[in-house]
Design a binder for this molecule. Structure first.
Ligand SMILES: Cc1cc2nc3c(=O)[nH]c(=O)nc-3n(C[C@H](O)[C@H](O)[C@H](O)COP(=O)(O)O)c2cc1C
Length: 437
């Protein structure tokens, strides 16, 4: 049997392209309207996608005046979506830097109960300086300290989820026994950043724990993922860097005592789909023309710890010297390495670089026919670049409908994607084991 791929839908405003919100075919609903998210989740569920994913940042983006970038709080939104869907996995982002492990363990345990075992946690350490100002004003921790704190945070959360045995609740009305107390225990955690007694005040959820997802690509981020992640979202402009990432992560997972199958790698793909390649390219060009250079510069600055790039002429080829060294970057190190790598190889102008990033913030962007998109997915799957994909439609729901209506049927015909759901939980969709209590 041919190897099948996994598909996650990354729902992001009216689409992943920077200018999607202005496009006449993007959703006309308000960004705060839950029905938009439910529409997208239902389209993906009808096509048998494994999961949907909601990202999160903890500040109002500075460019929001001319770019529609705001969204509902993910866990609240996913609880509503859980009720409007029945099979699709629900992955939400939450930060290890700006909440407490007990709160987060309880919230995701609740979502897993509410959804019947469909929850996933995208673990982020929150790289934004502006976001950290909303939590105490002391400024952001360094890259290394964020990951150290994140490590302890995840260990505490896992201990809380494990503080109940699967058989703790007996709910015996006649005998007057609700839980077996010997199946629930304290965790008594005292560490560098957290002091948590436990146990959790909720029974173990259908999946044991939600699926753990991670998306850091720096050396520290990869080591963290190899220890904890069960799925990884990752950004690659080209296949060869995705292949190198794939090899590296699988090797690290094995070195950490896990099997390669216990960690799925899902690179992002943003596909503009047309009846012909020429039409798809034209559609993408039209969208690029709606993008605002000022917004692109502001987002680039955000990635590079606030560096101001506005003095660089838009039409001269860039040099790596135009950028601070990614090794010194305290924000999003993996993504800055990717951008500086593309500058080194291709010498684009600032205008060309911003157009490239406008598509999907540094993820793989393509324009083609449904067959070409399906061919690309199969090729990445067969050449060691991916276990599946984080589908990032440039315009929502328009290009999601094109993907589910035209690309997914080809993948199904070729035996590359499930014809129907075979399991109930997100772990079952992803083929991941349920953690023992
Ligand atoms: C697909 C994808 C989604 C992400 N979503 C979020 C998010 O919602 N919130 C966030 O703070 N960071 C998000 N990130 C960023 C990563 O979690 C990570 O913080 C960032 O890549 C910096 O880590 P690094 O320095 O290890 O690369 C995302 C990254 C990727 C590739």
């Amino acid at each position: 049997m041919k190897r099948r791929l996994h598909l996650n839908l990354f729902i992001y405003g009216r689409g992943h392209h920077e200018a999607a919100w202005r496009h006449p075919l993007s959703s006309s609903r308000a960004l705060t309207n839950i029905e938009h998210l439910i529409d997208c989740a239902r389209i993906a569920e009808a096509a048998h996608f494994d999961s949907i994913f909601l990202a999160d940042v903890l500040n109002l983006p500075p460019d929001v005046g001319s770019s529609a970038r705001l969204w509902l709080e993910p866990l609240t939104a996913l609880s509503a979506i859980a009720h409007a869907t029945s099979r699709i996995g629900l992955i939400g982002t939450a930060s290890t830097s700006h909440t407490e492990p007990f709160n987060l363990a309880r919230q995701f345990c609740s979502l897993d109960h509410i959804s019947g075992g469909r929850a996933g946690w995208n673990i982020v350490t929150s790289f934004s300086i502006a976001g950290s100002r909303n939590f105490g004003g002391a400024g952001r921790l360094s890259h290394a300290d964020r990951y150290d704190k994140g490590e302890e945070f995840v260990r505490v959360v896992k201990a809380l989820w494990n503080s109940w045995g699967d058989d703790a609740v007996v709910d015996d009305r006649a005998g007057g026994v609700y839980i077996r107390k010997d199946r629930v225990r304290e965790i008594a955690h005292k560490g560098e950043s957290f002091d948590v007694a436990g146990p959790l005040n909720l029974p173990r959820s259908p999946q044991g724990w939600p699926v753990l997802v991670q998306a850091g690509s720096s050396d520290t981020g990869r080591a963290f993922a190899a220890r904890h992640a069960e799925a990884i979202f990752t950004a690659h402009i080209e296949k060869h860097t995705a292949q190198a990432f794939y090899r590296d992560i699988k090797a690290r997972a094995v070195a950490a005592g896990r099997t390669p199958e216990q960690l799925l790698i899902l690179p992002g793909i943003s596909a503009m789909i047309g009846g012909t390649e020429t039409e798809a390219v034209r559609l993408l060009q039209e969208l690029n023309e709606l993008a605002d250079i000022k917004v692109g510069l502001s987002r680039l600055s955000d990635r590079f710890d606030g560096t101001d790039f506005s003095a660089i002429p838009l039409d001269r080829p860039l040099k790596t010297d135009d950028f601070p060294d990614p090794a010194d970057n305290e924000s999003s190190r993996g993504r800055t390495e990717l951008i500086v790598g593309a500058v080194r190889r291709e010498r684009p102008t600032m205008r060309q670089l911003l157009a490239k990033l406008a598509g999907a913030r540094g993820h793989f962007v393509m324009a083609g026919t449904p067959e070409q998109v399906a061919d690309t997915l199969e090729d990445w799957l067969d050449t060691g670049a991916a276990d599946g994909f984080n589908v990032m439609p440039p315009v929502l729901p328009w290009m999601l409908e094109a993907f589910t209506g035209q690309v997914v049927p080809i993948l199904k015909r070729r035996g590359r994607f499930r014809e129907a759901y075979e399991g109930q939980t997100l772990r079952e969709h992803y083929g991941l084991p349920r953690p023992p209590a």
